[in-house]
Ligand binder design. Sequence first.
Ligand SMILES: NC(=O)c1ccc[n+]([C@@H]2O[C@H](COP(=O)([O-])OP(=O)(O)OC[C@H]3O[C@@H](n4cnc5c(N)ncnc54)[C@H](OP(=O)(O)O)[C@@H]3O)[C@@H](O)[C@H]2O)c1
Length: 144
Amino acid sequence: MIHFPTVPEEMGNSKEVLEETWRELEKLYDNEKIRALGVSNFCCDDLENLLEICSIRPHIIQSEFHPCQNPAQLRQLCDEVDITFCGYCPLAKGRILHLDQIAKIAKNHKKTPAQICIRWSIQNGVCAIPKSRKPVRIMENSLT
Ligand SMILES: NC(=O)c1ccc[n+]([C@@H]2O[C@H](COP(=O)([O-])OP(=O)(O)OC[C@H]3O[C@@H](n4cnc5c(N)ncnc54)[C@H](OP(=O)(O)O)[C@@H]3O)[C@@H](O)[C@H]2O)c1
């Protein structure tokens, strides 16, 4: 997975570095060293630029996705070109769990705010990758 669509200035032109990097990833894929190709933090323009030059399309894109961050256009583009949209920070790093609306929905459904956020991703057809260092929360998050 390419983590970010731009590189620090001293590394050269982002577009060229990106293309060179993608070509190397394609070789690894062709040689069966890796099973999937992905990008992360790409906006629609970044993705469209990559689609123009690639021989193998990304299989997955990882992008921030939670009830306060919903890149609808990017998701639509991914649907159109058959790229799996994977949402990172589904709990917004814990920052949205205290929001009144989320707390209210959680109470109505007898779930926790974290479970509501994860369920929101799933019901939007997006795979969510929540993270916790606490086993009890990992269990809670799996029971959405
Ligand atoms: N591709 C990218 O650029 C990118 C960027 C950011 C993140 N990611 C990936 O996305 C995944 C998740 O990201 P993230 O950890 O930043 O965000 P997150 O899953 O939205 O939030 C994690 C935070 O929420 C807390 N938390 C987890 N479960 C909870 C629960 N049930 N109740 C209350 N608080 C809870 C955690 O604290 P505790 O640990 O104390 O439970 C932690 O502070 C990771 O795998 C990460 O690598 C990818």
